[in-house]
Design a protein around this ligand. Structure first.
Ligand code: HEC
Length: 150
């Protein structure tokens, strides 16, 4: 027989282990979720972006900018990136000091989660280490762009 005090101690121990296991499962699931996003993002990239930005993200000189190592791609302005994916891009402004004369087509049919996945892919592939973009970040960006009538 265990006395009540011992019992309480054992319970507390079990509690701690349970919490630890829960946290562990949560972290594993979160990582798995990110990996799934990146796999889906890669598929989208291969069907819609690779033809111009190339499989190594290196782009084509004077035509399509590189995404690998690009300041904007790794930057904090998610709303700008979302806008470019949704509406296309033909600004002919300097990107990391270079000009590109091709025009990027719009992707009006890409849903919020798909935009998040492809942005996650380009921001975490090749030498890029900018990190994931979530669906709620994309939703917020679309609202922000709408408010600014972009
Ligand atoms: C028809 C070729 C083409 C396709 C397809 C294309 N892009 Fe682009 N992309 C471009 C060009 C050209 C520019 C630069 C346009 C300019 O400078 O006016 C650009 C610009 C960008 C930029 C901005 C880069 C920077 O440094 O600011 C991002 C991000 C981008 N593209 C991502 C994508 C993604 C993701 C896809 C697929 C969903 C995609 N592009 C599909 C040609 C393309």
């Amino acid at each position: 027989m265990v006395n009540p005090l011992m019992n309480r101690k054992i319970n507390r121990g079990i509690n701690r282990v349970a919490k630890f296991i829960l946290l562990f499962c949560f972290l594993v699931l979160a990582q798995w979720g990110n990996a799934q996003n990146k796999i889906n993002g890669k598929k989208i990239y291969e069907t819609r972006c690779l033809v111009c930005h190339q499989s190594d993200g290196g782009g084509v000189p004077n035509m399509n900018p590189p995404l690998d190592g690009a300041t904007n791609v790794n930057g904090k302005d998610i709303a700008r990136l979302v806008k470019i994916i949704r509406n296309g891009y033909d600004e002919r402004v300097a990107l990391d000091g270079m000009y590109y004369n091709n025009a990027m087509a719009a992707n009006p049919d890409l849903k919020e989660d798909a935009i998040a996945d492809v942005l996650t892919y380009i921001r975490t592939s090749w030498s890029n280490k900018a990190g994931v973009v979530t669906t709620s970040q994309v939703k917020a960006a679309l609202l922000k762009n709408k408010a600014a009538k972009k």
